[in-house]
Design a protein around this ligand. Structure first.
Ligand SMILES: *[C@@H]1O[C@H](CO)[C@@H](O)[C@H](O)[C@H]1NC(C)=O
Ligand SMILES: *[C@@H]1O[C@H](CO)[C@@H](O)[C@H](O)[C@H]1NC(C)=O
Ligand SMILES: *[C@@H]1O[C@H](CO)[C@@H](O)[C@H](O)[C@H]1NC(C)=O
Ligand SMILES: *[C@@H]1O[C@H](CO)[C@@H](O)[C@H](O)[C@H]1NC(C)=O
Ligand SMILES: *[C@@H]1O[C@H](CO)[C@@H](O)[C@H](O)[C@H]1NC(C)=O
Ligand SMILES: *[C@@H]1O[C@H](CO)[C@@H](O)[C@H](O)[C@H]1NC(C)=O
Ligand SMILES: *[C@@H]1O[C@H](CO)[C@@H](O)[C@H](O)[C@H]1NC(C)=O
Ligand SMILES: *[C@@H]1O[C@H](CO)[C@@H](O)[C@H](O)[C@H]1NC(C)=O
Ligand SMILES: *[C@@H]1O[C@H](CO)[C@@H](O)[C@H](O)[C@H]1NC(C)=O
Ligand SMILES: *[C@@H]1O[C@H](CO)[C@@H](O)[C@H](O)[C@H]1NC(C)=O
Ligand SMILES: *[C@@H]1O[C@H](CO)[C@@H](O)[C@H](O)[C@H]1NC(C)=O
Ligand SMILES: *[C@@H]1O[C@H](CO)[C@@H](O)[C@H](O)[C@H]1NC(C)=O
Length: 668
């Protein structure tokens, strides 16, 4: 009892002490004046278009400035966090978002005043844009640094060897710049506290001693040398990385990697695209701590059985994408129950579905482009045994799957990406598909699915990309099919037997960038609902039974279509210009008037055949407002064109296919 009282008393003392030290924090030390001055001088040379450093104002406490951290006892600046934290927008993001991202990068020069921050231990300038600056030599004299991150910042040129003087460094990340090392990495070998070395994309082709220089670093945990032009198989020294856990040698030209197999502490190996050839080395077998193994994009021989995989029972990530394997995948895969990511796409592999039953942690599985010849239901059933509430992405496209989609499909509540395209799956799309509430991408194109498109698809409020094209779906599509598809960005459903004639006042809930309804019945009138689509870059409404003129709003849907297919309708009218880059097919309509005077300059393929275009070819081909530099294919046959064949072919250096037939043109 007494003991309890005493320890309770001790506990209260700790709390009291904590409160006192918290109050102490109010009388905090201010920034050292000379260090604030050094920071302001440093700021003067920077370009800061988004005003990230607006809090850096003369006369104010520099310890309060954005990205600046001081020692709370001495007031010395100890950390500068000026790396841009936000990651780049996704590829489809609007230009304004990309612009804002680039604006938020710091640029300009790096003033040597930083050297005056004698107590600086942490310097992060990563993910900025130093526009081809060399890494400043003076950084090598900032002896207090334990963390230096200059990655992703567009530094170029030679790596200053005096960085080897920074003997306190734990983290050195110079990766993803355009650096090179002319002779040797020997300077690294003195960094005896180094835990992290990142030199990815630095050209180390001349530094043939990279392995000798790094392998004795006693604390090294992570070594990132991706894309370093490492070539000659490292000399067969006995490597001694005692603590190395993460090794990234991807994108190199290594021939042999057998020295790796002594490194039993490795947890992660990335050898993707590293030029390794031959059998998949069974040496990995004894690396029982491995959690991450990426061997993709190498050329291994097909005979390898991979039975050794069964010893790697900690493995979470395994990629054998594009490694040239053939035959039956080893049953050993069934022992890898920790796997969360499995990728053996782009081989010629078959897998027994039952091996998938015990992969209970699977989140992403890519088996696409193989020779899997099973009923799709066998695979779905096996996966449903234990990965029902984890699987996020499943890709079995480009295989030989057959049979019907099973109802169990609806049970994968976390599934966001499902690719089953290019198989021979038949029968109806099950109604349970409407239960896949996390689904963002559904691609079941190029199969033999029949019956109708279930209305319940319209409930999938997270769907962004839907591709059901090239099946045998039939029937009437209603507005309900789209009722909740508010963020749909692409809808491809060409080449089925579907009809969609919505109420003329229908306003779609989505704003698609890409729509494919080729071979649909869309009614005689030009589809009015298209006018609510903004930023379209691709549209196919060919063979759709549409007649009449193209509404004037149509050309406002896009600043420039990359792909537009209006062919095989009964559209009438004239064109003065075509805002289309890449491919335009207006053939087999009833268009009249002269050929368009102005088309976008990057038009590649233009199909205008089987219409009633008239007049001469001269203005179209030779008029300077038409820039035809990349025009590759031009079909204008079967029109009413007249006059002579003009001679200005030098305007079209890329032209490969030209059909002028069945007009009233005379040779010149
Ligand atoms: C360096 O910065 C980059 C980009 O900000 C980041 O991805 C990387 O993890 C950092 N390196 C280290 C060792 O912290
Ligand atoms: C710093 O490094 C350079 C180049 O590696 C070397 O010549 C110089 O002696 C080093 N200076 C100190 C103080 O260690
Ligand atoms: C690396 O540098 C060597 C010459 O030092 C050069 O031949 C090679 O093309 C460079 N590699 C890359 C990827 O730039
Ligand atoms: C390997 O490293 C250990 C510890 O750092 C050291 O004692 C040993 O001599 C090294 N061996 C070789 C071959 O370099
Ligand atoms: C794996 O380890 C065992 C026992 O330590 C050894 O006999 C075998 O040769 C090793 N295999 C490889 C491929 O290194
Ligand atoms: C693959 O396995 C199947 C059935 O288990 C068998 O019939 C076939 O011969 C095997 N193929 C190869 C190349 O081993
Ligand atoms: C585990 O691996 C062994 C040896 O490769 C194999 O015989 C067995 O079938 C595997 N277990 C499962 C569940 O697949
Ligand atoms: C399928 O994989 C092979 C290599 O096995 C590759 O050449 C081909 O381009 C891939 N096909 C697709 C559609 O990705
Ligand atoms: C769909 O195709 C199957 C054959 O795979 C056939 O038995 C069935 O009648 C077809 N259903 C419809 C509605 O066409
Ligand atoms: C529509 O989608 C939203 C967002 O995913 C979801 O919360 C809602 O339940 C869906 N409504 C219907 C009727 O399916
Ligand atoms: C589709 O709708 C039309 C009328 O809009 C109707 O005549 C036709 O029978 C319907 N077809 C099917 C398969 O429901
Ligand atoms: C097309 O856009 C232009 C410029 O934004 C606008 O002036 C014009 O009224 C629009 N035309 C139609 C038919 O919406």
């Amino acid at each position: 009892m007494k003991a309890v009282t005493i320890s309770l008393f001790g506990f209260l003392l700790v709390i009291a002490a904590a409160i006192i030290s918290f109050c102490d924090g109010n009388s905090k030390v201010l920034c050292i004046g000379s260090e604030g001055q050094a920071l302001l001088t440093f700021k003067q040379d920077l370009i800061d278009r988004s005003n990230r450093l607006s809090s850096w104002v003369e006369g104010e406490d520099c310890c309060e400035w954005h990205g600046v951290f001081c020692n709370s006892l001495t007031g010395h600046v100890k950390e500068l966090h000026l790396g841009l934290l936000s990651t780049s927008p996704d590829a489809y993001a609007p230009a304004a978002e990309w612009d804002a991202y680039f604006r938020s990068k710091l640029g300009g020069k790096i003033n040597p005043s930083l050297v005056d921050l004698k107590h600086l231990s942490f310097l992060d300038l990563s993910n900025n844009e130093f526009g081809g600056l060399a890494i400043p030599e003076f950084i090598g004299s900032m002896k207090s640094l334990t963390y230096l991150n200059l990655s992703w910042a567009n530094f170029v040129g030679a790596i200053p060897h005096n960085l080897g003087n920074l003997s306190k460094l734990h983290y050195l990340d110079l990766g993803i710049n355009s650096l090179f090392e002319a002779k040797t990495l020997q300077w690294v070998s003195g960094l005896s506290s180094l835990q992290y070395l990142g030199l990815s994309l630095a050209n180390l082709s001349k530094a043939t001693d990279w392995l000798q220089a790094t392998h004795n670093l006693p604390s090294l945990v992570e070594l990132h040398l991706s894309g370093c032009s490492l070539n000659n198989g490292p000399s067969p020294i006995s490597v001694n990385y005692t603590s190395l856990a993460v090794l990234d040698l991807s994108q190199n030209m290594l021939s042999s990697v057998t020295w790796i197999f002594n490194l039993r502490s490795l947890v992660s190996i990335d050898l993707s695209s590293s030029g390794v050839e031959g059998m998949i080395p069974s040496g990995f077998q004894n690396m029982s701590s491995l959690k991450f193994l990426d061997l993709s994009w190498n050329s291994f021989s097909s005979s390898s059985t991979l039975n050794w995989l069964s010893d790697l029972n900690q493995l979470q990530f395994l990629s054998l994408n594009s490694v040239g394997l053939q035959g039956n995948f080893s049953s050993a895969i069934g022992n890898l129950s920790s796997l969360t990511h499995l990728d053996f796409s782009n081989n010629q592999l078959e897998i027994e579905p039952k091996y998938l039953e015990s992969l209970c942690n699977m989140r992403e599985m890519d088996l696409s482009n193989n020779t899997i010849n099973h009923e799709v239901s066998e695979i779905i059933e096996s996966l449903s045994r234990c990965s029902l509430d984890r699987l996020e992405s499943l890709n079995i496209a480009f295989n030989k799957l057959s049979g019907h989609l099973p109802n169990q499909l609806g049970q994968f509540k976390t599934l966001a990406y499902l690719y089953l395209n290019r198989n021979s799956i038949s029968g109806p799309i099950p109604f349970s598909i409407g239960e896949l509430s996390s689904l963002k991408v559904l691609d079941i194109s190029y199969n033999r699915l029949n019956a109708t498109l279930p209305q319940i698809l319209g409930q999938l409020g997270n769907l962004e990309h839907l591709d059901v094209s090239n099946n045998m779906l039939e029937g009437n599509i209603s507005e309900t099919h789209f009722s909740n598809l508010t963020i749909l960005r692409s809808f491809w459903a060409s080449n089925n037997m579907l009809t969609f004639i919505p109420n003329p006042s229908w306003i779609p809930p989505f704003h698609c960038e890409s729509i494919g309804l080729g071979n649909w019945r869309l009614g005689r009138q030009f589809p009015q609902w298209l006018q609510f689509q903004r930023n379209m870059y691709s549209l196919d409404i060919s063979h759709a039974g549409i007649s009449g003129v193209i509404p004037t709003w149509f050309w406002n849907l896009s600043t420039s279509f990359e792909y537009l297919n209006l062919s095989h309708n009964q559209l009438v009218g004239e064109f003065s210009y075509l805002p289309i880059s890449w491919i335009a097919d207006l053939s087999s309509n009833l268009f009249t008037g002269p050929l368009p005077q102005a088309i976008f300059s990057d038009l590649g393929d233009l199909f205008l055949s089987k219409n009633f275009f008239s007049g001469s070819l001269f203005n179209f081909l030779c008029n300077s407002s038409n820039n035809l530099k990349v025009l590759n294919i031009l079909h204008v046959e079967s029109n009413l064109l007249s006059g002579e064949i003009p001679d200005c072919w030098e305007n079209m250096p890329m032209l490969e296919v030209l059909n002028l037939g069945n007009n009233i043109i005379k040779p010149s």
